[in-house]
Design a protein around this ligand. Structure first.
Ligand code: FCB
Length: 455
């Protein structure tokens, strides 16, 4: 199969998140809700924590060398809010800020463009205690202060800012389903955290622009197309609600300045206070949309699920990649299905005014085994081949897409799953910190080298 072909100046990067790779609760870093969650017995499936993770805080050079080896020209990483502001507000921890300044400088020296995420789920524990994290409205304002502080310090060299990563996952799994930190089961907090994150995004956007007028600011949303599990009208209605909860709530909020019905009416009993200017703040024009795309899902009506009345089918996959009814699944239980990725990009183009876009995450976890110092991962190569080709086709069909960040550079701490799920282009041994470029990493390097040839 020929390599997918992208336009000139396309960005090829990988994505990571501070908590998943850095380790290093040291040099003045304050705790985040994830430090607390991972040290609460029973929360992480494998019993592991991320105290060391990929040891990136101590040794960022190792990761940077890998990026150069793969020929990548962009890198998306996140800043740990509590590393630069240990209590989430007020006093700056200079050592923490210096670490990120050095990281940005090292990237620029290597001609790798930094894309910095300001919030990738690791709320400072102090703010969790003070106002409930994003369930409290004040956190939106503290977030904007923090964003300004960081951009004032780094904005002379870093120009691409992503306010939030996947607000949906943070509020849904963190506050309603309890699978991510802070691990709550509270519909009111879920709805508040959804709205307050978007408010924080809008407030931060203005402050970032003011602090660094030549910066580009966007946010990253996960987009997960929802299909009815059967053709029963109840399941069709369930898929519509699911689609609005997962996707349209955030997309409509940002691009249209409103929340979608019938979902918004359905959650009226738990709705947060939306003040007069909130939707105007939330829908301030962004410079780009970051899309995290993994797979499609199927929803069905479920009378016993309070509030929402639907459930999302779980693939019958037990930690093992497998083919079920002709469909390939990753060992996360996610279906490999590139056509719906294409459709999703076209849908964003058609329904949201064809925004300037990057894929800020896409990737797959499979069971990787080291054999004679190598990792052969043909399923990941096949995954990337089909998804990147779908994106290339979408560009040919008019989608305004300018870069692609693969999740992830290296295997890292996969939240509740600990180290049991490997998404990297590079294999990481989390005990020895040895790295091995997987076959998929070599495939990406060759794909990048082939760009521009044969035009
Ligand atoms: C996304 C997260 C990212 C990583 C991947 C696998 O939802 O943004 O941190 O866990 O999934």
């Amino acid at each position: 199969m020929p390599y997918p072909h992208f336009p000139p100046n396309f960005l090829f990067g990988t994505a990571t998140a501070a908590f998943q790779i850095e380790g290093g609760l040291t040099d003045g870093k304050g705790k985040s809700i994830w430090d607390v969650y991972t040290h609460t017995p029973g929360k992480i499936r494998t019993g592991e924590n991320a105290d060391t993770a990929c040891d990136t805080y101590r040794n960022p050079e190792r990761d940077l060398a890998l990026m150069s080896e793969l020929g990548l020209n962009a890198y998306r990483f996140s800043i740990a809010w509590s590393r630069v502001l240990p209590s989430g507000r007020g006093q700056v921890n200079q050592k923490g800020m210096d670490y990120y300044r050095r990281l940005v400088d090292m990237l620029l020296e290597r001609n790798i463009t930094p894309f910095i995420t300001l919030f990738h789920w690791d709320t400072p524990q102090a703010l969790q205690e003070l106002c409930g994290g994003f369930a409290g409205r004040d956190t939106a304002y503290y977030f904007a202060d923090y964003a300004e502080t960081v951009v004032k310090a780094l904005g002379d060299r870093a120009k691409n800012w992503i306010t939030l990563n996947e607000p949906l996952e943070h509020c849904l799994f963190g506050y309603l389903l309890g699978d991510l930190a802070p691990g709550h089961h509270n519909p009111w907090e879920y709805a508040r955290a959804a709205h307050h994150q978007l408010l924080g995004h809008g407030l931060a956007l203005e402050r970032i622009r003011a602090a660094s007028p030549d910066s580009r600011v966007g946010l990253t949303l996960s987009v997960t197309p929802m299909f009815p599990a059967t053709s029963h009208p109840k399941d069709i209605a369930a898929a519509k609600i699911a689609d609005q909860l997962f996707n349209d709530f955030f997309l409509d909020g940002v691009f249209k300045g409103s929340y979608p019905d019938p979902f918004w009416s359905k959650i009226r009993l738990v709705r947060p206070l939306v003040k007069a200017d909130d939707m105007k703040i939330i829908s301030r024009p962004i410079d780009f949309l970051g899309v995290n795309y993994y797979s499609r899902e199927f929803a069905r009506a479920a009378w016993n699920v309070p509030l929402l009345g639907f459930w999302v089918d779980e693939a019958q996959v037990n930690d093992r990649e497998q083919v079920i009814n002709g469909r390939q699944y990753t060992n996360f239980g996610r279906e490999v299905h590139a056509p719906t990725f294409y459709d999703t990009l076209m849908r964003i183009k058609n329904e949201y005014g064809n925004p300037y876009m990057y894929i800020t995450e896409n990737g797959a976890s499979f069971t990787d085994i080291v054999e004679n110092g190598q990792v052969h991962d043909p399923l990941r190569i096949a995954f990337l081949e089909s998804y990147m080709e779908a994106a290339a086709q979408a560009i040919r069909d008019g989608v305004n897409l300018h870069g692609y960040f693969i999740w992830s550079l290296m295997d890292n701490f996969e939240w509740k799953q600990g180290f049991s799920k490997r998404f990297g282009l590079v294999y990481a041994d989390h005990v020895t910190q040895q790295r091995i470029v997987k076959d998929s990493g070599r495939w990406v390097a060759e794909m990048i080298r082939q760009q521009g040839k044969g035009d």
